[in-house]
Design a protein around this ligand. Structure first.
Ligand code: ZN
Length: 483
């Protein structure tokens, strides 16, 4: 076929597309129907089932598998026929056992401790050693103190090691574990960063299902202060023991449901949330609310009875918390289809008041999203933010150059609760959850039905530039989040 024919074909296709788009319900009508379906739906009941009945769902646990079965059932109840599990192997599952610790010198006192997730057990019977406060985690500094660190239990000086807004700090902390192990440290204690004297620090991030090199526990904030007061006066000896169950390689599944597009079914938009949770609470805001938003979006869009132009994939990811494993695995498995991915929308910030979307630094995406966002006036979530962060399942897609958006909600409550024992059903405002679900549903449909794409794929150099302009270390982000 000669090139000269193209304009004619294009205009014919455009004319037909216009006829079709005039024949179907106006987008506003579709969006209003989607919104009404969600706000009159039973988001809170779904969340109650997931949190109160299935409960905490660590990736690889029996509860996670129950959550997968439940999600498959819920997707099928929407009428969507293409619902599938995409299984992969996580290097380890991890189940919390008991944890205890006490000061044995200069006083005898029990301490509030827990194990960090995907951390190994202490030797049976526990460890006993002198405590040492560590404020500088650079490997050179640690190695220069090797004689002093041998056989110690290390207490991390949290303010010095994790100053706020220091993007490298977490990576430095994580990398220090191997050095501590090499230098003969018996265990590391991370103070919890909030009052209440509860052990609540479960996560050191991006473990990808690997087991940490040495036992890492967390200790209640007030108990960590007690230890520091004693340390200021002289040597402190501790005993600590925690026992976890580690499985070795275990199969876990993402759950994917797909609505095929009416005009360009090869192109797809993805709305996703992670299905796994930490184990202290029941993962209500993190990320039961995100799961419910995805399920409700699927139900509302399926109930229209008329698919949008492009296909929509609804994804519930495995193992974001000890990962990101599920979204990364999806990208690897579907590499050949990524070029047809128009956008990825992620919801993983709880169910605070919805405000709109973060566009992860993409000016072009913000511009293209403006008319879509304008249609979110009714749920009052029409704002677009340039904020870029790499902290959830949108990041692996962002690194592939795909337009990746995060639902923007007020996060004050989420920040206090997520990963904690208090992240439970009672903390979620049902009305705000429904509104968040409506915004997720309407936006997903609008992007899938939009005449043009909301942004092109960009190359790695451009992604690195975006990361740098957001103050992030591009090499580090790629190391931690690349699929
Ligand atoms: Zn989360």
């Amino acid at each position: 076929m000669g090139n000269y024919l193209r304009p004619t074909i294009v205009s014919l296709v455009t004319a037909i597309a216009l006829m079709f788009s005039e024949a179907r319900a106006q987008p506003e009508d579709a969006l209003s129907r989607i919104s009404r379906t969600v706000v009159t739906g039973e988001s809170a009941e779904l969340l109650r089932q997931l949190t109160d009945e299935i409960g905490a769902r660590l990736a690889g646990s029996a509860a996670y598998e129950r959550a997968v079965q439940w999600a498959v059932e819920k997707f099928r109840e929407t009428g969507i026929t293409d619902v599938r599990r995409e299984a992969f192997v996580l290097p380890n599952s991890w189940l919390r056992g008991h944890a205890r610790a006490r000061i044995v010198n200069p006083v005898a006192r029990d301490l509030r401790v827990g194990s960090v997730g995907w951390g190994p057990s202490t030797p049976a019977g526990g460890v006993r050693g002198e405590l040492m406060l560590v404020s500088d985690l650079s490997p050179a500094t640690l190695r220069s103190q090797s004689m002093r660190l041998d056989k110690r239990i290390v207490l991390i000086d949290l303010e010095k090691v994790l100053p706020p807004d220091e993007p490298l700090a977490f990576a430095r902390l994580r990398n220090s574990f191997a050095v501590f192990k090499e230098l003969g440290v018996q265990a590391v204690l991370l103070p919890h960063d909030a009052p209440g004297n509860a052990a609540g620090w479960v996560d050191t991030g991006n473990a990808r299902g690997a087991i940490l090199p040495l036992p890492v526990g967390d200790i209640g904030w007030e108990d960590s202060l007690l230890l520091r007061r004693h340390l200021a006066r002289g040597p402190v000896t501790l005993e600590a023991e925690w026992q976890n169950t580690i499985s070795g390689p275990v199969q876990v599944s993402n759950v994917i449901a797909e609505i095929s597009g009416s005009e360009a079914p090869r192109e797809w938009v993805l709305l996703g949330a992670h299905l796994d949770s930490w184990d202290l609470g029941t993962g209500a805001h993190d990320n039961g609310t995100g799961v419910v938003m995805v399920l409700e979006a699927a139900r509302a869009i399926a109930s229209l009875g008329r698919p949008p132009r492009r296909s929509i994939r609804f994804a519930l990811w495995a193992a974001e918390e000890p990962g990101p494993a599920g979204s990364a695995m999806f990208i690897k498995r579907h590499t050949g289809e990524l070029r047809d991915c128009v956008a990825v929308l992620n919801t993983d910030n709880g169910a605070g008041r919805p405000r709109g979307w973060h566009v992860n630094g993409r000016t072009d995406v913000r511009e293209a999203m403006a008319p879509i966002a304008a249609r979110l006036q009714n749920p009052d979530a029409a704002e677009l933010s340039m904020d870029l962060s790499c902290a959830s399942d949108d990041c692996p897609f962002l690194l592939e150059g795909i337009p990746a958006l995060k639902l923007w909600v007020d996060t004050a409550q989420y920040r206090r609760l997520h990963h904690q024992a208090s992240d439970t059903f009672d903390k979620v405002d049902a009305e705000l959850l429904r509104r968040g679900a409506a915004v997720a549903a309407m936006t997903t449909y609008a992007i899938a039905d939009h005449p043009g794409r909301i942004g092109q794929h960009i190359g790695e150099d451009a992604v690195r530039q975006l990361l740098r302009s957001a103050g992030l270390d591009a090499d580090l982000v790629y190391t931690l989040w690349r699929p």
